[in-house]
Design a protein around this ligand. Structure first.
Ligand code: BGC
Length: 367
């Protein structure tokens, strides 16, 4: 009798321990989500990692964040590892939209829901692709530089004296860099055809790396004997690198240059009159969209607002087959004229960062 009671007590204690630790039962275990970032070098990614983590944790998920420091193989290994750890969903910012296919296909095969975030991963095994209108980003960059040069309309630029333009693309392994260039070309092609502008250098910046961009611009300036009239750069990071090289030759502020992301440093350069134009992409909207989408997909709920695209049309590569569901948020051009309203007043970048080193008397009021 007594031994029976002891056994019952031991049994009850084991049950309580199992319930407390969650071992053996799935009910108290949190679903794991993996976030895979190409790098944290560009300002936006860390901010988005933090916001995603916060939103996912608020929904009761456990979050694992990995950053690959631009290493394509490392990113694939990190994705494989997260799948081995049992993540049920992945949000991936791919360093290389082709290379990531290997690990993403494996993850999808294992039943993991993969969302390609901001950058396309070129496989139809992704559950969705969420980004901004990247072609429009390129159009706004080129338009900003053309407008600053007075094109169309200026009598300065003729067939005999075309504006000398530098094209600086992003990382060639990032599909966004290709889409951005497509938009830039749409805008400048008519002026190239008319002969009023001329491309004197056409390059791409590996990893979107600012130091690489600076070196590249140094070489271009040497080769062109500093005679350039405009730079269509593809993001703020690379534009600021290039501005370093231009500054050393007295060209910063005299030669228009574009970027994107409306980074704190980019906007500061705009108010100082060095960077001419950036493109605002409100990541504060994209991040919750990705989180909500993943959450719905994991719960087997229907998701609205996604549109079907072929991989061929999203990559401008007819050899790519299959479809993906995608959504693209709109973008806006940022210049000296609207940076305060669009970026500072909306709280996208802090006032003190944007107006850093600007004398108090020349600053607008604090919002
Ligand atoms: C993003 C840009 C970013 C760049 C470098 C692109 O894929 O769309 O916002 O500046 O990568 O990280």
């Amino acid at each position: 009798m007594k031994s029976n009671r002891i056994l019952l007590t031991i049994f009850s204690l084991i049950i309580i321990a199992v319930l407390i630790t969650g071992c053996g039962g799935t009910s108290s275990k949190k679903t794991k989500i993996g976030l895979s970032f190409s790098d944290f070098a560009t300002e936006r990614w860390k901010r988005e990692a933090d916001q995603m983590t916060q939103l996912l944790e608020a929904k009761g998920y456990e979050v694992v964040v990995q950053e690959a420091n631009h290493d394509v193989k490392l990113q694939n290994d990190q994705i494989d590892n997260m799948v081995a750890q049992g993540v049920k969903g992945l949000i991936v910012i791919a360093e290389d939209g082709d290379a990531a296919v290997t690990s993403v296909d494996k993850a999808a095969k294992a039943g993991v829901i993969v969302v390609a975030y901001d950058r396309l991963i070129k496989t139809s095994s992704i559950a969705a692709y969420l980004s901004f209108n990247n072609v429009e980003v390129g159009r706004q960059e080129a338009l900003g530089v053309m407008t600053a040069l007075g094109i169309p309309g200026s009598a300065t630029w003729t067939k005999d004296n075309p504006a000398k333009i530098v094209l600086s693309g992003g990382s060639p392994t990032d599909n966004n860099a290709i889409l951005v260039r497509q938009g830039q070309m749409e805008v400048i092609q008519p002026y190239l055809d008319q002969g009023i502008i001329k491309v004197v250098a056409d390059q791409w910046v590996d990893n979107w790396d600012a130091a690489t961009a600076e070196k590249m611009m140094e070489n271009i300036l040497t080769a062109q004997q500093n005679k350039i009239d405009g730079v269509i750069a593809s993001n703020d990071g690379t534009a600021l690198g290039e501005l370093q090289a231009m500054k050393a030759q007295g060209l910063a502020g005299n030669v228009p240059i574009s970027g994107q992301d409306a980074t704190a440093d980019g906007c500061n350069s705009i108010v100082k009159g060095e960077q001419t134009v950036s493109v605002y992409k409100d990541i504060r909207l994209l991040t919750p969209m990705a989180v909500d989408l993943l959450d719905s997909l994991l719960k087997g709920q229907k998701v609205a607002d996604l549109e079907q695209f072929t991989l061929a049309e999203l990559t401008n590569d007819t050899s790519k087959t299959g479809n993906v569901q995608a959504l693209f948020l709109p973008v806006q051009q940022v210049t000296k004229d609207n940076v305060y309203e669009l970026i500072v007043k909306s709280g996208f970048q802090p006032y003190d960062d944007v107006y850093r080193d600007i004398p108090e008397s020349q600053r607008p009021p604090k919002p």
